[in-house]
Design a protein around this ligand. Structure first.
Ligand SMILES: [Zn+2]
Length: 379
C-alpha cells in the first residue's frame, strides 16, 4: 500500500466551498481556496461524481471533454489540483462541500456509519439500516448549509440534481435552503440552468452522478465512462449556450473523490461481520481491537491490508480536528482495515462482490481531485 496522506484541507472541497461563500460576502469559517478569479455575479457549480484527477489528466490529452478543455485553457479559465476529504466517500465529500465544514464537524464520516444512539449501522445516503428500514438518526440534525448561509446574504440558490434523489434524507440535509430542481434525464439540465438564471438564482449547483455509477460497474476507463464524460461535456456546452452572454457567470467543475481500479484478489474475513462494523469496501471500520484484527488478517493471509486504530486517524487529522461531541468519535468504532491498492473487502448482502472500481480508502487515485473554472463574461 502507498503512503498514507492526510487530506490537505486548505486545498480541498472544504476550502472550495469556503471560497464560494467568501465570494458571496458570507464570512467563511475555514480558509478559502486561494484562486485569483475575478468577481462573478453568479456561479454554476458542477460536481462530477467520481471524477478523479487521473481521469482528468487523461482527458486533457484527448478530446472526450473538448468543450471543457477549450474553456479551462482560455484566458479566463483555469484548473487547480485539490484534495477530496477523508473518507473518500460521496457522503463525506458532498457533506463537506454543502456545509463548508470538515467531516469531523458535519459528522457524515463515511458511506455507512455506526450510530451510537441507535446502536446500528445506517446508510448515510438513504438513512436506512442494513435491512432497509428508515431510521431517525441524529446524524441528520439541522446545521446550516452553504445555501442557508448565502440566503441570509440575499443569494438565491438552486440545486439541479436527479429527481429520484429529491426525497432522500441526505438531499434534504445537505441541500437545505436551496430550491431542489429534479431532472429525469441529463438533457433537461441546460433548460433548468436557464430557468435558474431567469429566476435570478446566483448560486446554481448541478450534481452529475453518472460517471461514478458507470465507473464502479464498468471501470473509469471503460467505453461507458467515456460516453458519460462526452455527455457531461455536451451538457456544459448546451448550458452555456442556453444562458447566452449572461455576463459575470462563472462555471466551476469539480468532483467529490476519484476512483481506483479493482482487479486484484478480494478478501472476506470469517466472523468479522458478527460484530458492529461500518461497511466500506475500501475501508472497513469495526469494533474489534486492532491488534486482534491484525492477527486475523495475518491468519487470513491478507498481508497487503493495513489495520490501524481509528484513534490514530483522528489524532493525525484525517477527518479534521477531534470533535467536542464524543458521539461523533464513536461513529468510526475502534479499528479500520484498508484493503491494499486495487483490492476490496467482500461485503455480505445483496450487492455483487465484483466491481470494476471503488473509493473510500487512502490512495492518491481516491483522494486527488481538481477544481476547474471559466467565466462567460469576456468570451
Ligand atoms: Zn461520489
Amino acid at each position: 500500500m502507498g503512503v498514507k496522506r492526510v487530506p490537505e484541507f486548505e486545498h480541498s472541497l472544504l476550502s472550495l466551498s469556503n471560497k464560494i461563500l467568501a465570494d458571496f460576502f458570507v464570512e467563511p469559517l475555514y480558509k478559502p481556496l486561494p484562486i485569483p478569479w475575478p468577481r462573478a455575479r453568479a456561479v454554476v457549480l458542477w460536481t462530477g461524481d467520481g471524477l478523479g484527477r487521473d481521469v482528468l489528466q487523461k482527458v486533457l490529452e484527448g478530446d472526450t471533454l473538448a468543450f471543457w478543455k477549450k474553456r479551462i485553457q482560455s484566458s479566463n479559465g483555469g484548473v487547480l489540483p485539490t484534495d477530496s476529504v477523508f473518507p473518500t466517500t460521496t457522503a463525506s465529500a458532498l457533506a463537506t462541500l454543502h456545509f463548508a465544514v470538515p467531516p469531523s464537524v458535519h459528522g457524515a464520516l463515511g458511506y455507512t456509519l455506526w450510530d451510537p444512539e441507535l446502536l446500528t449501522t445506517i446508510n448515510v445516503l438513504s438513512a436506512q439500516d442494513l435491512l432497509g428500514k428508515v431510521l431517525p438518526s441524529t446524524i441528520y440534525k439541522h446545521r446550516k448549509t452553504i445555501y442557508d448561509r448565502s440566503a441570509a446574504n440575499h443569494v438565491k440558490s438552486w440545486v439541479i440534481s436527479p429527481a429520484s434523489h429529491s426525497q432522500s434524507a441526505f438531499s434534504q440535509w445537505v441541500y437545505h435552503g436551496a430550491l431542489y430542481c429534479g431532472y429525469n434525464s441529463p438533457s433537461q439540465i441546460p433548460g433548468l440552468v436557464l430557468s435558474a438564471r431567469k429566476e435570478e438564482a446566483r448560486f446554481i449547483v448541478v450534481y452529475w452522478p453518472g460517471f461514478d455509477r458507470v465507473g464502479h460497474l464498468e471501470g473509469k476507463d471503460s467505453l461507458a465512462a467515456k460516453k458519460n464524460l462526452k455527455m457531461l461535456d455536451q451538457m456544459l456546452q448546451a448550458s452555456e449556450e442556453k444562458i447566452g452572454k449572461d455576463a459575470g457567470v462563472r462555471f466551476v467543475l469539480t468532483s467529490d473523490h476519484g476512483l481506483i481500479d479493482l482487479y486484484r484478489e478480494q478478501y472476506t474475513i470469517p466472523g468479522i461481520f458478527s460484530r458492529p462494523f461500518v461497511d466500506e469496501r475500501r475501508a472497513l471500520y469495526t469494533d474489534w481491537n486492532w491488534i486482534a484484527m491484525r492477527r486475523r488478517l495475518t491468519r487470513a493471509g491478507w498481508h497487503e491490508a493495513l489495520c490501524v486504530p481509528v484513534s490514530q486517524l483522528w489524532e493525525e487529522g484525517y477527518f479534521g480536528r477531534v470533535p467536542a461531541d464524543s458521539r461523533v468519535l464513536f461513529r468510526t468504532l475502534q479499528s479500520v482495515i484498508f484493503p491494499g491498492d486495487h483490492q476490496q473487502l467482500i461485503m455480505p448482502g445483496a450487492e455483487a462482490p465484483v466491481m470494476a472500481a471503488g473509493h473510500g480508502g487512502l490512495t492518491d487515485q481516491e483522494r486527488q481531485i481538481f477544481v476547474s473554472w471559466w467565466s462567460i463574461s469576456t468570451q
